[in-house]
Design a protein around this ligand. Structure first.
Ligand SMILES: [Zn+2]
Length: 318
């Protein structure tokens, strides 16, 4: 193991270095991480700016033991967060770092300075460059949303506004500490293998899958289901079979501000009710042997990207 000064994810790769062992990296932008026995150095060299920005943000938020080649492959083309998601990341970061209302935050001079904090804030916001960071902070959070006070000069310290704190409060209500991933789907025996694949995807993202199906035959959404959704971190909704209960449960979760992950069998996507097609569905197939492994993996990556890795450990691995 050796320590190198340059981060191969967010900075241009130095071709002269040959890594054939674990590399410990301390990066102001990506955080502290380890690349596990990374052999294909050309591979990292070819990443483009957007892939670097997304990988860097992902690594910063999901500090693992080691980053593997598979992690890089799986996450280099992950969905780029929207501008409001990036702004949320920044506002949440600032509120944790400067938790006292009224407290002075850094000035934009300090945040944007390449010598001081720029790299860290590029990482926090998954930004590709300084212009994007300036847009998120100056145009979006300050001017448009007024969650940060007006930036009058580059040396004046920023503050989170009362409006910003109220917005942060509204974000906190959505079970950020919960380790439960609720599964809403049609409980038909023909979908048992699909259920198992969904369960595996949730577990691999380190959450506890939960489903309540014993009262399905009553054809009513009972208090038990609502209570379970209420305490979940997210809901995985599979719309295959177009069950009314699944629509209800997804809508109930959305109303509570709980993240919903949308699933449907590829062949059945066109049958999903129109209003739901605007959402970014994970479609799955069940024809070849490996198809359901693909579903598990796609679901795991979607959870990791949109919600982050959980901390629930399965009993059999303890
Ligand atoms: Zn880095």
């Amino acid at each position: 193991m050796s320590t190198i000064p340059n981060c191969p994810i967010c900075i241009k790769y130095d071709e002269r270095k040959i890594f054939d062992y674990d590399i410990q990296i301390k990066c102001k932008r990506c955080g502290d991480y380890k690349l596990l026995k990374f052999i294909d150095t050309n591979y990292l060299k070819d990443l483009n700016g957007l892939q670097r920005a997304n990988l860097s943000g992902w690594i910063r938020e999901n500090q693992r033991e080691s980053i593997t080649a598979e992690d890089i492959e799986n996450h280099k083309d992950i969905f780029t967060p929207s501008i409001s998601e990036k702004a949320d990341k920044l506002l949440i970061y600032l509120s944790k770092k400067y938790p006292i209302p009224g407290q002075d935050i850094l000035s934009t001079n300090e945040i944007y300075s390449a010598k001081i904090h720029q790299k860290k804030f590029l990482g926090v916001t998954w930004s590709q460059n300084l212009d994007e960071l300036k847009f998120i902070l100056g145009e979006y959070l300050s001017k448009e949303k007024q969650f940060i006070n007006e930036i009058r000069s580059a040396t004046e310290p920023l503050k989170i506004t009362p409006k910003g704190w109220a917005y942060l409060d509204s974000l906190r209500k959505i079970n950020l500490d919960s380790q439960i991933g609720f599964i809403a789907m049609w409980f038909d025996p023909r979908l048992d293998s699909v259920f198992k694949a969904i369960e595996k995807g949730i577990e691999n993202a380190q959450y506890r899958p939960e489903r309540i199906d014993k009262k399905e035959h009553n054809n009513r959404i009972d208090d038990e289901i609502m209570a379970s959704i209420k305490k979940s971190r997210f809901v995985v909704s599979d719309f295959t079979g177009n069950r009314g209960g699944v629509y209800f449960e997804a809508g109930y979760a959305l109303g509570l501000g709980i993240e919903v992950i949308w699933l449907v069998r590829e062949k059945a996507l066109h049958r999903v009710h129109f209003d739901n097609r605007q959402y970014n569905f994970i479609t799955w197939k069940c024809e070849k042997e490996n198809d359901l492994n693909v579903l598990s993996r796609n679901l795991q990556h979607r959870i990791e990207r949109t919600i982050g890795i959980g901390s629930y450990k399965r009993k059999d691995t303890e």
